[in-house]
Design a protein around this ligand. Structure first.
Ligand SMILES: Cc1ncc(COP(=O)(O)O)c(C=O)c1O
Length: 385
């Protein structure tokens, strides 16, 4: 029966990435060998010690039952302890931590908990589409674009933002630009939010995916302790995108609202996955990354370096990003046209327009391919550009 979508769902623009997937599928069917830099999904397996911990936890029938929606007490404590070691901030495991089914879930549900229909939500552009779509539009609220411009280091101009919004999403290290934010900027942003009575929803999903001795701060190091909630994830740090586990930490009122909204729509992350997260976080003995994470990051750092060097050899101006496994490349044609040209050469990159209008004339490469494939992609590009 031809049921109509609800109006809020009709407002979600067509998913550009589905269109791209279709084009890629067609190319593959034609027998083209595709080098895929499209999706931000690690190609490296989860470390064996974490896989084994999931298996061990799965063998315990206690973990076969419903979890509590906001997270098991010992898991919330592990997150709180990790925040102390990693960022030197104190968070109350009972009132200020919520375990998530991946950070995406919390990023969307925070809107459900606090944003009323018609209220404004400030969403970075270019940005992770969940802020404006799965979060804002699905709550019948109004996304307001926050331009991230290259000449400003992809940081928003706070003074230019409307002061009557309900919430501001920020994300550093940033997808798709790879930009990072200084503590000084984050202090300014959190102060602006307090002054304008705007919730600060800080997406720190790439906090551990940083290079060249750069260590990303937590927003909780850069605010007075109220009005901010931070989302974190194990997806990229430990190559665990498929497990669906993350956390939210911060202002007790925001965490309580998030837990209340969540408890009405989900029953939490599986206990065997939550408990394996404890094992992963406990590898951090202090602020420094443990060997296993360092090894992982070294792989992405080498790939980044090879890609940057190759792109420079093709005449592109590009700086190596300090965070995330994305490379945000300025191109002189509309991004869709550039991505189509790349596809003719069997290379998938994501057109920046898919992340918002300010993303046009950029394309994103996710370094989820081994070094020899990156080198081959550069040679293919040399022939078609
Ligand atoms: C900026 C950003 N935030 C959050 C997420 C969600 O990650 P997860 O739900 O796997 O924790 C992603 C995933 O790609 C992302 O790029």
């Amino acid at each position: 029966m031809p049921f109509e979508y609800a109006n809020r769902l009709k407002k979600i623009p067509p998913y550009l990435f589905v269109e791209i997937e279709e084009k890629v599928k067609k190319k593959r069917q034609e027998g083209v060998d595709i080098i895929d830099f499209g999706i931000g999904d690690p190609d490296i397996p989860t470390p064996q010690v974490i896989v084994e911990e999931v298996q061990r936890q799965l063998n315990d029938p206690v973990n076969h039952r419903y979890p509590s929606s906001g997270g098991e007490p010992e898991v919330r404590r592990a997150v709180s302890d990790w925040y102390k070691r990693r960022f030197n901030v104190d968070v109350d495991p009972d009132g200020e931590v919520c375990i998530l089914i991946g950070s995406k879930e919390g990023i969307a549900n925070i809107c459900r908990a606090f944003v009323n229909p018609g209220e404004k939500v400030l969403c970075p552009d270019p940005g992770y589409p969940v802020y404006s779509q799965g979060g804002t539009l699905l709550c019948d609220a109004t996304p307001v674009k926050v331009p991230l411009r290259p000449e400003k280091g992809f940081l928003p101009e706070l003074d230019a933002l409307p002061s009557d919004a309900k919430m501001l999403y920020l994300n550093y290290p940033n997808n798709p630009t790879g930009a990072v934010a200084s503590k000084e900027f984050l202090w300014k942003a959190s102060t602006w939010c307090v002054e304008t009575d705007t919730i600060l929803a800080y997406d720190n999903a790439y906090s551990e995916m940083t290079f060249d001795d750069y260590s990303a701060p937590s927003i909780l190091e850069c605010c007075q302790g109220t009005g901010a909630i931070e989302f974190g994830s194990l997806s990229k740090t430990f190559n665990m995108t498929g497990y669906r586990v993350g956390y939210a930490v911060g202002d007790a009122t925001l965490i309580a609202g998030l837990k209340k909204a969540k408890s009405q729509v989900d029953s939490g992350c599986s206990m065997f996955v939550q408990k394996a997260m404890v094992k992963a976080l406990d590898m951090y003995k202090g602020a420094e990354k443990p060997e296993l994470v360092k090894k992982n990051i070294a792989i992405y750092q080498e790939r980044r370096n090879v890609l940057v060097k190759g792109l420079r050899s093709l005449g592109f101006k590009v700086d190596p990003p300090k965070g995330t496994f994305y490379l945000w490349l300025h191109v002189d044609t509309p991004s869709m046209k550039f991505a189509d040209k790349m596809l003719q050469a069997g290379i998938v990159c994501t057109p920046g327009i898919g992340f918002g209008e300010y993303g046009d004339h950029f394309v994103r490469f996710a370094t989820t391919q081994p070094v020899p494939r990156i080198e081959e992609a550069i040679e293919r590009m040399r022939k078609v550009l």
